[in-house]
Design a protein around this ligand. Structure first.
Ligand SMILES: Nc1ncnc2c1ncn2[C@@H]1O[C@H](COP(=O)(O)OP(=O)(O)OP(=O)(O)O)[C@@H](O)[C@H]1O
Length: 235
């Protein structure tokens, strides 16, 4: 679903991403780890066509992102670190607006409420102004937009930064249910605990290169992720 082949991004003489190969399938939750500047956000930005590759290929659902940027965007939802919503509007009104933009049609209130409930926002919360929402609640609205859009792939940049442990755990649950319904998830994170709890696959990046891959929950569960991570950072 999310595929990178020899994906490389140069900024002048600096190689931000160096021949990345990734194949993230429906149902995967792929957590990309790495120090500041390792190339994680660059990877997400390439999938979103925010930047163009210097070489290599990037595909969503088998479609080339560079050649068909509009078609590929229909299959993907993106949740940035800082979620932008309209503060004076309620969560439900925000969902109506952003889901409407994504779908090109307005969803009825019952469907919007159903989506809000699905992401753990009850009717009272749905009708509250977003300016009173916590970061976790704001992210839930974006997950609801992704569900409304029936996105096949979900891209997230450091989604748990600034979330308290309970909100982060709820967020993990939402990612897992999205993956269980066949969504391919790619998320960057510095939160090793979140990765260990949530991922079905883990990649560790260093200076633009993927230096470690863990495949499957069993392998992740028996790995001391922190030791492995620090070992790579020290090497
Ligand atoms: N627009 C740009 N122009 C020049 N260099 C850039 C640009 N964007 C990113 N870089 C460089 O590319 C490298 C990778 O950056 P990237 O943002 O992908 O790292 P990251 O792993 O997401 O880091 P962080 O954890 O801090 O978010 C860094 O050295 C960064 O300075």
């Amino acid at each position: 679903m999310l595929r990178a082949i020899g994906l490389t991004k140069q900024y002048g003489a600096h190689t931000a991403l160096d021949r990345l190969d990734l194949d993230i399938r429906a149902g995967d939750i792929y957590c990309l780890l790495g120090a500041n500047g390792a190339g994680k956000t660059t990877t997400i930005n390439l999938f979103l066509n925010f930047v163009e590759p210097s070489s290599g290929t990037v595909e969503i659902n088998g479609i080339d992102v560079v050649r068909h940027p509009v078609a590929t965007k229909q299959h993907v939802a993106y949740i940035p670190e800082q979620v932008t919503l309209y503060g004076p509007l309620s969560g439900l009104e925000n969902l109506r607006f952003f889901a409407g933009l994504a779908l090109g049609r307005e969803l009825p209130r019952e469907r919007l409420l159903e989506l809000m409930t699905q992401v753990g926002l009850d009717h009272a919360a749905a009708d509250k102004r977003v300016s009173a929402y916590s970061k976790g609640m704001r992210q839930k609205v974006w997950i609801a937009v992704a569900l409304a859009k029936q996105a096949k792939a979900l891209l997230l940049d450091e989604p748990t930064s600034g979330l308290d442990p309970q909100a982060a755990s709820e967020f993990s649950g939402l990612l897992r249910s999205a993956a269980d319904s066949g969504v391919a998830v790619l998320t960057t994170t510095h939160d090793l605990f979140h990765a260990q709890q949530t991922a079905t696959r883990v990649g560790i990046m260093k200076r633009g290169r993927l230096v470690e891959s863990l495949d499957g929950e069993a392998q992740i569960a028996r790995t001391d992720l922190q030791s492995l991570y620090l070992q790579h950072m020290r090497a």
